[in-house]
Design a protein around this ligand. Structure first.
Ligand code: SAH
Ligand code: SF4
Ligand code: F3S
Length: 441
C-alpha cells in the first residue's frame, strides 16, 4: 500500500475522544499530510472509536464495511480510540481490512504505524506508556471559537458498569504549564471559549508555576487571566470531587460559565452502591444545593443509566424523583449496556430489554419536559451568544448561550463573535434569537 497523502479522522465518542481526533489530525498535518473533506476520497481513514456502550462499539465495524469503494479499492484504515484499546488485535481478526490499531494513549506514534502499514508490516500499538503522549504531539492548530483542552485523563473510580478505567488507564493530571501554554496558543489562534476536559476533570491537581498545589479551580482562575479568552467550561465532573474551591469559583470567576454537568446515574442508594459510585442520592443533592447557593442561575446537566442489573420499579422511581428534585436544564440518559470485563456484566438479574425501553422512555419524557421549560424561561430575555458555525438557512448562524443552549439566529456578525441576542423562541433542542444591535448614543 502507498504512503497516504490525505487523511480523514472520524470521531465517535465523548469530548475527550473528539479532542484526540483533533490532535491526530494536527499530527498528520505536521507530517505533511492534508485533510480530505470526507472519508470517500481520503488515502487514510482514522476511525476514532468509543467503547462505552455496545451500540457505540459496534459502529466501527459497519463503518469499516462502508469504506470499500465501488472500484474495489479502499483507503488505509486505522482504528483508534477506546475500541482499539479494548479489543486490540481482535479487531484485525474480525475485520481484515484494518491496517492499524492504535489506543488512546499511543496515537502520537501514528506516523510510525502508518510507515509499518505501508510497508506491509503489522501495525498495532495499545501501550499505555509512562511518558505521556502529550509531550510528543505537535503544537496546536486553529480550532475555531470554541476549543477543547484535555487536562486530565483516565479514571480510578471503577464504576462497575464502565469501561473507561480499562480503555483510558489510570488517572493522570497534565502539568499546569503545559495546560496554560496550550490554552494561550488556542486563544492566540482565535479560541474565545475553552472547555477543559477529563474523564474526571474536577479531580485535576498539580503544582502551579510557583510550586503551590492547585486544584481545577486554580487552573480555571489562571485561565481567567488570559486576555482574549471570554468563556471557560469544564467537563465531566464526579460528585465526590466537587471541592469547596471549585464551587466558589462558580460564584467568583466571571468567565466560568454557569453550567455544570454532574452525572448522578441513579436516584437509588442501593443501585448507586452496586454501581460503586461512592456517593448517595442525598450527598449528590447536597452538592447540588451548595453549587446553587454559590451560583443561583447555574444550569445543571446529568447522565443517567436505566436498567442497571437488579434495578426494581421502585428503584427506577427514585431516579425519577431525583430528576424532579434537581430539575435539569439538559441531560443524557442511557439503557444499561453490559460491557466485557466489567463487574456489572457478570451480575445476575440483568434487566429485560422491554423493561429498559419503558423506563428510558419515561425518564426521557421527564427530562425533555425539564429542558423545554428551562429553555422557555429564556424567551424574552437577552443573553450573550458565541457564534460557532453556520446554520442550514442562508444568513443563519448557530452559537451557544452561557447555559450551553444552541441559539439559531440570522445575523451579519461573524463566526467567533460574541454578541448580544434577544431570545424569541424556544424548543427542547434549541433557541431562536434576534441579534440586538448596539444603540447609537
Ligand atoms: N467520566 C464521566 C463519563 C463517563 S461515560 C462520569 O463519570 O460521569 C459517560 C456516561 O455514559 C456515563 O456517565 C454513564 O451515564 C454512561 N455509561 C457508561 N457506561 C455505561 C454502560 N455500560 N451502559 C450504559 N451507559 C453507560
Ligand atoms: Fe466511568 Fe465511573 Fe470513571 Fe465516570 S467515574 S469514567 S462512569 S468509571
Ligand atoms: Fe467512549 Fe472512550 Fe470516551 S469509551 S466515552 S471514547 S473515554
Amino acid at each position: 500500500m502507498n504512503s497516504p497523502k490525505t487523511f480523514h479522522v472520524k470521531s465517535f465518542g465523548c469530548q475527550m475522544n473528539v479532542y484526540d481526533g483533533a490532535r491526530m489530525a494536527e499530527l498528520l498535518e505536521a507530517e505533511g499530510m492534508s485533510a480530505a473533506s470526507d472519508g470517500g476520497t481520503a488515502d487514510l481513514v482514522v476511525l476514532n472509536t468509543c467503547h462505552i456502550r455496545e451500540k457505540a462499539a459496534e459502529k466501527v465495524y459497519s463503518n469499516i464495511g462502508r469504506l470499500k469503494r465501488e472500484d474495489g479499492t479502499r483507503p488505509m484504515i486505522a482504528v483508534a480510540g477506546c475500541v482499539a484499546q479494548a479489543e486490540g488485535a481482535e479487531i484485525q481478526r474480525r475485520a481484515r481490512s484494518v491496517d492499524i490499531v492504535v489506543g488512546p494513549q499511543a496515537y502520537h506514534r501514528l506516523p510510525a504505524l502508518i510507515g509499518d502499514a505501508a510497508a506491509g508490516r503489522p501495525a498495532l500499538d495499545t501501550d499505555m506508556p509512562i511518558q505521556s503522549k502529550f509531550g510528543a504531539l505537535p503544537a496546536r492548530r486553529r480550532q475555531g471559537p470554541s476549543a477543547f483542552l484535555t487536562v486530565q485523563e483516565g479514571c480510578d473510580k471503577f464504576c462497575t458498569y464502565c469501561v473507561v478505567p480499562y480503555t483510558r488507564g489510570a488517572e493522570i493530571s497534565r502539568p499546569w504549564s503545559a495546560i496554560v501554554d496550550e490554552a494561550r496558543a488556542l486563544v492566540d489562534m482565535g479560541a474565545r471559549e475553552i472547555t477543559l476536559l477529563g474523564q474526571n476533570v474536577n479531580a485535576w491537581t498539580g503544582e502551579d508555576d510557583k510550586g503551590r498545589m492547585q486544584g481545577l479551580d486554580g487552573l480555571i482562575r489562571a485561565l481567567d487571566a488570559l486576555p482574549g479568552l471570554a468563556r471557560i467550561r469544564y467537563t465531566t465532573s464526579h460528585p465526590n470531587d466537587m471541592t469547596e474551591g471549585l464551587i466558589r469559583a462558580h460564584a467568583e470567576v466571571e468567565k466560568l460559565m454557569p453550567f455544570l454537568h454532574l452525572p448522578v446515574q441513579s436516584g437509588s442508594d442501593r443501585i448507586l452502591k452496586a454501581m460503586n459510585r461512592s456517593h448517595s442520592a442525598a450527598s449528590y443533592m447536597a452538592v447540588i444545593d451548595r453549587v446553587r447557593a454559590a451560583r443561583p442561575n447555574i444550569a445543571l446537566s446529568g447522565d443517567f443509566i436505566v436498567g442497571f442489573p437488579g434495578e426494581t420499579d421502585a428503584e427506577f422511581e427514585q431516579t425519577l424523583e431525583i430528576v424532579t428534585a434537581v430539575n435539569y436544564a439538559q441531560a443524557y440518559s442511557f439503557k444499561y449496556s453490559p460491557r466485557p470485563g466489567t463487574p456489572a456484566a457478570e451480575m445476575s438479574e440483568q434487566i429485560a430489554p422491554e423493561v429498559m425501553d419503558e423506563r428510558l422512555q419515561r425518564l426521557q419524557a421527564l427530562l425533555t419536559r425539564q429542558t423545554l421549560s428551562f429553555n422557555q424561561t429564556s424567551v424574552g430575555g437577552r443573553t450573550s451568544v458565541l457564534l460557532e458555525r453556520k446554520g442550514k438557512r442562508p444568513g443563519q448562524l448557530i452559537g451557544k448561550s452561557p447555559w450551553l443552549q444552541s441559539v439559531h439566529l440570522e445575523t451579519g456578525a461573524a463566526i467567533g463573535d460574541l454578541i448580544e441576542v434577544e431570545i424569541v423562541s424556544a424548543g427542547s433542542n434549541s433557541l431562536g434569537g434576534a441579534h440586538v444591535m448596539e444603540q447609537a448614543a
